[in-house]
Design a protein around this ligand. Structure first.
Ligand SMILES: Cc1ncc(COP(=O)(O)O)c(C=O)c1O
Length: 433
């Protein structure tokens, strides 16, 4: 089969005086598809989370509902831009800032504010400059860069909870680490399986990196209590493990930034030398701006600085430097006491709406006649309800009711509204009775 080379290609070739890298025989003529360099590429499967939105978008059913992707919606089902973010944008716009490259480590003022926000202003390690970090391409980018650094420095594997956020495995595998799991959840009782977690942590080889969800565990919505975190901290110390905190929901779980960072702060107070990613996607609603921080706590300031210098070596050939605008927004909010207060109220408002929807969904499930125990929906925290629906039930709910959640039965509570809660409850009841 032959194909004409497009006129724009020919125009572009002419613009370069005809001196192209394209072999002469292909110019302006044809090319056999069997010689295509792409001929052996297979169509990749859709991403299990992002791909769900693509499927949903193609569905023409009027009452369709998506509760898949973890992105906050208001009670009308619309994306929500925090008023404090709008205000920060207005202020930035008036400054007519330049659009030069950032440094490899990003915006130092943003990183400083971000570390205070995460670790707490009174953190002794922070005051001793032993906490150092870089701006990251949100949580995902921070995880990947840290994964690369760990692999470059002798780590062969990393432990993540079972289950965990769907992307963790791919991120760390692509960074060259073997991904191993530790027990976390008991599906039977829909609760944290703390005994098995403790048992597994005690068996992890010393020196291993262990990923811990700082709050609002995704997908289960079950976090350890503070006493349980203390026990985890002791085991990590005894075993010489490297705690790696993934803090993607600070402020979103309880509505209070300090409460949600309590586990990380306790670990650092207890002397752990941790690494942490912070994401500002959910709590500041800056999903598409890719704003985050990757940081480490060193034994000394010099040690932490050395790690940052190594992080820069990973970043430079990967994406060179991070984008500026979103980091400027967060920095503007965190460094202005009034805007910071506004953020606290607005973030707490998002968390509160989600909690209300948990109660509403549970009540509607009994109202439509479900006799199953749905107490875990209100027991869990953060953005998701880990419903307990099986893969088959999820598929049936998609096909019969056009309600889209991930195959593991995870429902994004941020997508549940007063308007669709009845419909979702009926769909869940129908597939689970
Ligand atoms: C546990 C966890 N970590 C990290 C991320 C990364 O998010 P982002 O890259 O948008 O910051 C997410 C997003 O869903 C998450 O749930």
């Amino acid at each position: 089969m032959i194909r004409q080379v497009s006129s724009s290609v020919i125009r572009s070739l002419s613009a370069h005086g005809g001196k192209s890298q394209v072999p002469k025989k292909f110019v302006g003529t044809a090319r056999c598809l069997s010689t295509s360099p792409w001929a052996n590429y297979e169509m990749a499967p859709l991403d299990p989370i992002i791909g769900l939105t693509e499927q949903y978008n193609q569905d023409s059913f009027p009452q369709k509902v998506i509760v898949g992707v973890g992105a906050y919606r208001d009670d009308g089902g619309k994306p929500y831009i925090l008023p404090c973010v709008r205000e920060a944008e207005d202020r930035l716009f008036k400054k007519h800032l330049d659009m030069e490259y950032s440094g490899i480590a990003g915006d130092a003022n943003f990183v400083e504010e971000s570390l205070k926000f995460g670790y707490g202003e009174d953190c002794v390690a922070l005051q001793e400059n032993r906490v150092q970090g870089v701006q990251a391409l949100s949580g995902t980018g921070g995880l990947r860069v840290m994964g690369e650094l760990l692999r470059k420095n002798g780590h062969r594997h990393i432990y993540v909870p079972n289950p965990t956020w769907g992307n963790h495995k791919a991120i760390f595998t692509n960074a060259g680490l073997e991904v191993k799991t530790y027990a976390y959840y008991d599906a039977e009782s829909s609760s944290l399986d703390f005994d098995s977690l403790v048992k597994d942590l005690k068996d992890i080889p010393s020196g291993s990196a262990v990923l811990l969800h700082a709050c609002a565990h995704n997908p289960t919505g079950m976090d350890p209590t503070m006493d349980q975190w203390k026990e985890i901290s002791s085991i990590c110390k005894e075993r010489g493990l490297l705690p790696f905190f993934d803090m993607a929901y600070q402020g979103f779980a309880s509505g209070c930034a300090a409460t949600d960072a309590a586990a990380l702060r306790m670990f650092v107070d207890e002397g752990h030398l941790v690494c942490t990613i912070q994401s500002f996607s959910k709590n500041f609603g800056l999903y598409g701006h890719r704003v985050g921080t990757l940081s480490v706590v060193g034994a000394t300031e010099e040690e932490a600085q050395k790690v940052v210098s190594q992080l820069k070596l990973v970043i430079r050939p990967m994406y060179s430097n991070p984008p500026r605008h979103g980091a400027r927004i967060v920095q503007t909010i965190l460094s202005d006491p009034m805007l910071r207060e506004d953020w606290e109220v607005q973030c707490a408002g998002m968390a509160a709406r989600i909690n209300t929807m948990r109660t509403v969904l549970r009540e509607r499930l009994s109202a439509v006649g479900s006799s199953r125990n749905w107490n875990h929906i209100t027991k869990q925290i953060g953005m998701f309800a880990f419903s307990g629906l099986s893969k088959e039930q999820v598929m049936k709910m998609r096909e019969k009711h056009h309600v889209y959640c991930t195959l593991d039965g995870r429902i994004s509570m941020a997508g549940v509204t007063s308007g669709n809660a009845d419909y979702i409850a009926e769909a869940i009841h129908d597939v689970s009775k």
